[in-house]
Ligand binder design. Sequence first.
Ligand code: TYD
Length: 138
Amino acid sequence: MPNSLINIAELPTITDRRGCLTFAQFPDNIPFSVSRVYFIYKTDNDSPRGFHAHRELQQLMIAISGSFEVTLDDGQSREKVILTNPTQALLIDRMIWREMHNFSQDAICLVLASMPYDESDYIRNYDEFLTVVKEVRQ
Ligand code: TYD
């Protein structure tokens, strides 16, 4: 789909009788140098997460176990994808509002991030996001 907000890379996977090994490396499947890794787990199906955008941070998000739904919004349109497979890496660019819903019981969300944690990089208010996104795109 042209200009889709949903940008998923299929990660290379080596499968043999012992199981599967999936990998990602810069710059082939990770378009930035990774400065930070975090993972979200023991989630609650009724407790959505995210509801923010980042001014500069780029992220790659992988459902390494289970599944969950990710909604991305660039201030003009909103698209949803369900991550169900550890070989799928969803690229979330800077200035994209994200929400995560409907975590399965076994969900583990792995995130590779381009910068160290910095609260000042977050925009946690949707109206502020819409204002900033308009300024940035002008
Ligand atoms: P947040 O990014 O808001 O995650 P979610 O949108 O899934 O709730 O982070 C939740 C809390 O964890 C927030 O207080 C910031 C803190 N945090 C760190 O200290 N370091 C990190 O690398 C991350 C991702 C979050």
